[in-house]
Design a protein around this ligand. Sequence first.
Ligand code: NAD
Length: 482
Amino acid sequence: METYRNFINGEWVESRSTRTAPNFNPADPRDVIGTVRLSTVEEVRAAVEAAEKAFPKWRAVPAPERGRVIDRAKTILARRKEEVARALTHEEGKLLKESLGEVQKSINVLEFMAGEAMRLTGETSPSELSNTLCYTVRQPIGVVAAITPWNFPVAIPCWKIAPALLTGCTVVFKPSTLTPLTAKMVVEVFQEAGAPPGTLNLVYGAGGEAGRVLVEHPSVCAISFTGSNEVGLKLYHDGAAVAKKIQCEMGGKNPVVVLEDADLDLAADGIAQGAFGSTGQRCTATSRVVVMEAVADRLLDLVAAKARAMKPGVDLGPVVDENQLKTVLGYIAAAKEEGAKLVVGGDRAPGAGFFVQPTIFDQVTSRMRIAQEEVFGPVLAFLRVKSFEEALEVANGVKYGLTSSIYSNDPGRIFRFVEAIETGITHVNSPTMGGEPQLPFGGMKATGLGTREMGRTAMEFYTELKTVYFDYTGRRRETNIY
Ligand code: NAD
């Protein structure tokens, strides 16, 4: 059985830590895949020091040359697609077709990012003064920590590591302890692609310890974090106190609004995909349906039929671990207690794995926990409303703001929804999940802090903008107006 090794300064090195965590198959936790050593404080510091040492040389490499490393990484990941997808399914639990989808998305991210190396542009601007050139340049920020969750353990690291490397930053990557195998594979891909020693380092470790070292280390200039609000907000607070640049992408409570004129079959299909795809363990999963009373019964029947037809283990993967299982079952119990009406599911599915039945509650009100808090499992809440205004109020009545969707054929109300919905991403007549690499990804309100990931905006986080005033008169000016 494999013991995963850290990757520091271009070498795979075994941690000396005696504390370990098992990597297991959530579809059958008796199937132990490997062992993670929870790195010591010194080991995390060694990774930061390697990144710090590699930075001056890496930033001096011309950006198009750095981009070619990302381009080769794309080709290597494409070659290893099936193998990485199988590892992803094995340790995280998503269906193989979902894993193949995630790996393909990661390839697309690398494809987009590689090209961006040729477009790290600034701007030129006219000056108030004659014979003066004003322009901006983007420069890498330095050592960046990428702290990532288990639910997209290939795509999220790729969409942090690629823009960091291509802009000339060096990276310390700390993945979730639940998905160490795919983390290793992601790093192998960049290693084979020619990322020089020290530019990308990997340390396995407990969040509260290894993660904390990264937050506190003075040589780490920026932290790109994706994960829960609980961890993200604390990290944001602690990092800000020592003047680090921080980006946090956190939880969601994503609504689908269905108006009376919607194509209900299309809406039901999108809702079921959004709620139960990836076992509801996507930050962009659909967790609330905000539906006009007039069509609520019909829509509920259609979605419920789809949920009943889904077989855990075949159409739906397990949740990731026992903690997550307890959390999901806890929310189901809370919804029952608070008076929501259980329509489908509501229990663990049989077998050794952490499977939960696809679950739907009707008659949910905005005050219930199931309407406000992120469940991160295959659990869907129906909230019935009587007007478009009420639908907007309910959809926006949560602290989160990642993604949303509206099903309607009425352009007037669709545009009003797009204008008023408080989410960083919104979809019209399609499910809440998904995002293309050439477009910004991230949330408003309590979901997202800092600049957006992916798209061209991704480069903002990893770079400092320098404004240059170049006076080519060669003499002292008589008047300097400002
Ligand atoms: P988590 O917050 O428990 O862990 C995320 C990462 O932070 C892990 O690597 C963990 O080890 C590390 N960590 C934990 N404590 C830390 C600390 N004190 N200091 C520094 N690092 C620490 O999240 P998770 O359970 O792995 O992932 C699920 C969450 O991620 C959900 O809330 C989901 O919505 C969110 N998520 C958000 C997005 C997005 O883009 N908005 C995408 C995917 C997942």
